[in-house]
Design a protein around this ligand. Structure first.
Ligand code: ADP
Ligand code: ZN
Length: 733
């Protein structure tokens, strides 16, 4: 059955490989074992029920609270040639009746239902006459009181599910702490064994936190190089949304607001405009996003601080669902923090305690000086195994940008001490600058020794320094009064025993363009932008004619591959990512015509031979040869893992096979996949040399079981590749 699933993956959806966990989960469902899947947004949860639905004889029910998404999903499935329908309160009586008739006559393999609709007597009757093979619950965290979005009507699903004893139950969600996962499984009476939890790490998201200085300018800077991209900007309040939307529009940006103060109709209209690429940017309160399935959101900006890590994660999760790199920028200010504290202060009891804890974790994340993925993953109960991700502001920041601020730090901190740790950064800065503000004279701070010793700096430098000192742990903010207090670590600085280094100005939102190189995949960084634009325009036109969103025709990734490989005929086109049989038939010719014309006019040679090879090779299953060759042509292991949608360990085992068959591979690229320090790597290497490269168990024991097998395999392969290279050089000379 799993082979059938693979065929559908390729023929219907146009994808070459399953993503991690998809195959296992699908296999489980096909074997009619209840299954819980936790996978971040964009991970590919939908295929886990969509593919089985095409294999089962009966129908698959999908319950989801996101009514606004259903139409979109059904449109997308329609483009793939998958027969799907939905029933919810947005349908007219006529449409409703028509859909019911279609369902009765077996014209749908998938039926999307809102929970309220499912509870209706008439729906239950309709369902009782159908053969239901799979009962899918999307956004399954809504079933648990411990989740962040508990919905009482979800509770009843557990009961309804019992009406269909022959149906396998599949629960899906993107956000569930272990506690919520347990809850879902026990409510639905599932066995533990059927739990699939993917990593929370969204590798393609670049995470940035900048100090909020002049937010409008900062955002304009950020947008300057992104005038073709779609993005969302979150604000704290409706007023802020309106203001920012107005300002951005005045600065020539394509933007619409979204918040609960607008009429339902305007909200729908603005959301639709965003989905259909009629407007590029949505400025919104947190009310926006639940019903958004747009895969090519290229950035999410937080103009104001989010409520907690969970909402932050959910909101940035709306970026880059297509797997291409996307930027997440958060503007952080102390004033925002105070605002949230104020709101929390108005809560009582347990609720207040929980909110305080959440805020604390968020602040820890924001003020963290190392790789941002470490505290983020940790929050979700996962350990981030590398020390650097290379995809967050802290990792991307050049160490060379750091400067020595020991002297100003000493001035600033002694001023805190002299004023008895009772004041905030602005007051301290005023004292240092020798201001004669009323408050200073009143408190007689013009009489203390640190008065006026910091005139060399403008005030905002001193305020920035206070943030640096907080980040580095020399100073803390008194949670009750907001005043700055010195920590234990401040003493050695004041005594001159340790130095303070760091980056003062963290308000920049545009640097680190270098990250693009790093985050972009192979095709993503090399496609022909001119053709891409032409294809995009054609896609938009076609989408408008059909009344569906552009991405339902093809996602950007598909257009990028088209603009890289320049396929000339249907055989090559089917080798392109995201092109299945239905889409080939429906849209193939229109896109081929544009590509052919473009290559002719510009005298460009097609790379379709490469794709055809890819199609053929895929069929003959000699994947390791393909991977070996691609690796040798310069693709990194990480890139290959992404391209084939498998774990790096799988790529390594293909390379091993490739090597074993007598080919050479470059050892240095393999070592890049290792998460070990150089010192550790050398230890492993020494041990492998001693014990011989064939077996790893002796090495594992030799290193006191401290290095896991995955890591050992990496070093082993690099070692073998190195040996091989040496011997072939010898042979050659
Ligand atoms: P989720 O529901 O987990 O947020 P989706 O099911 O919407 O994610 O999938 C995100 C995107 O990834 C979609 O465009 C989908 O078509 C694509 N996708 C899913 N599985 C694969 C795969 N195995 N190979 C390539 N693309 C995939
Ligand atoms: Zn990082």
């Amino acid at each position: 059955m799993i082979n059938q699933a693979k065929t559908i993956l390729k023929q219907t959806f146009g994808y070459d490989e399953f993503r991690p966990l998809q195959q296992d989960a699908i296999e489980n469902v096909l074997n009619k074992r209840d299954t819980l899947v936790i996978m971040p947004t964009g991970g590919g949860k939908s295929l886990i029920y969509q593919i089985p639905s095409l294999i089962f004889n009966g129908i698959t029910i999908v319950v989801s609270p996101l009514i606004s998404l259903m139409k979109d999903q059904v449109e997308q499935l329609d483009a793939f040639g998958v027969p799907a329908l939905f029933l919810n309160s947005t349908l007219t009586v006529e449409q409703y009746r028509m859909n019911v008739n279609r369902i009765r006559s077996g014209q749908a393999k998938l039926l999307y239902l809102a929970p309220e609709t499912l509870m209706l007597e008439k729906t239950r009757q309709l369902l009782s006459k159908l053969k239901i093979d799979c009962f899918t619950i999307d956004e399954a965290h809504c079933i648990s009181e411990w989740g962040h979005d508990f919905r009482p009507e979800y509770r009843q699903l557990a009961q309804v599910r019992k009406d269909f004893p022959d149906a396998v139950c599949l629960a899906l969600t993107a956000t569930a702490t272990p506690r919520v996962q347990d809850d879902i499984q026990s409510m639905l009476e599932m066995k533990d064994s059927a739990r699939f939890v993917a990593s929370f790490d969204r590798k393609n998201l670049v995470l940035k936190v900048a100090d909020k200085g002049y937010p409008l300018d900062q955002i304009l800077d950020f947008l300057y190089t992104r005038n073709m991209q779609s993005g969302i900007i979150y604000c704290f309040s409706r007023r802020q949304v309106d203001e920012l939307a107005y300002d951005l529009k005045n600065n020539g940006h394509s933007v619409l607001p979204y918040h609960a103060g607008l009429s339902d109709e305007d909200r729908m209209k603005n959301q639709e405009a965003f989905i259909r690429d009629d407007v590029r940017i949505i400025v919104a309160t947190i009310a926006f996003g639940m019903g958004i399935n747009k895969p090519d959101v290229r950035f999410v900006i937080h103009h104001d601080m989010p409520q907690n890590i969970e909402s932050y994660y959910q909101q940035i999760g709306r970026a880059g669902r297509d797997g291409l790199s996307a930027d997440c920028l958060l503007l952080y200010s102390y004033a925002d923090r105070q605002k949230i504290e104020y709101f929390i202060g108005q809560k009582v009891g347990n609720e207040r305690e929980v909110a305080e804890k959440h805020l604390e974790s968020l602040i820890r994340f924001l003020e963290f000086d190392g790789c941002r993925r470490i505290p983020l993953m940790k929050y979700f109960g996962e350990t981030y195994r590398k020390s650097q991700c290379g995809m967050c502001d802290n990792c991307l920041r050049d160490k060379g940008d750091e400067e020595d601020y020991t002297i100003p730090a000493q001035k600033f901190m002694s001023c805190i001490a002299r004023t008895n740790q009772l004041y905030g950064a602005h007051h301290i800065a005023d004292v240092l600058r020798g201001s004669s503000a009323k408050k200073i004279l009143e408190k007689r701070h013009h009489k203390i020794s640190t008065y006026g010793i910091g005139k060399e700096w403008p005030k905002n430098h001193w305020v920035q320094l206070s943030r640096l000192l907080i980040r580095k742990g020399f100073v803390e903010i008194d949670p009750k009064y907001g005043s700055l207090i010195l920590t234990e670590n401040a003493k050695p600085v004041l005594k001159g025993d340790i130095r303070v280094t760091g980056i003062l100005d963290r308000t920049q939102t545009t640097h680190q363009e270098a990250s693009k190189q790093k985050t972009a995949g192979f095709v993503e960084s090399r496609f022909n932008e001119e053709l891409f634009e032409e294809l995009r325009i054609a896609r938009k036109k076609l989408a408008d004619e059909l009344g569906i969103p552009p991405y339902a025709i093809f996602p950007d990734t598909t257009l990028m591959e088209m603009s890289y490989y320049f396929p000339q005929d249907e055989i090559s086109l089917i080798g392109i990512y995201g092109v299945g049989e239905a889409k080939l038939k429906k849209y193939g010719n229109q896109f081929l015509n544009i590509i052919r014309k473009f290559t002719r006019t510009n005298d460009i040679k097609s790379r379709s031979r490469v794709i055809r090879q890819r199609v053929k090779k895929n069929a003959s299953k000699k994947r390791h040869e393909l991977i070996g060759k691609e690796y040798q042509s310069g693709k990194s292991i990480e890139h290959l893992a992404e391209q084939y949608g498998v774990k790096t360990a799988t790529i390594l085992s293909h390379l091993r096979k490739y090597l074993d068959e007598g080919n050479t591979i470059d050892p240095s690229g393999i070592l890049k996949a290792s998460g070990l320090s150089k010192r550790k790597r050398n230890m492993v290497l020494a041990s492998i040399k001693k014990a011989g490269p064939e077996f790893l168990k002796p090495v594992y024991e030799d290193l006191n079981k401290e290095v896991d097998y995955n890591e050992l395999r990496i070093i082993q392969l690099a070692y073998m590749a190195g040996m091989k290279k040496k011997s072939s050089i010898r042979e050659g000379s």
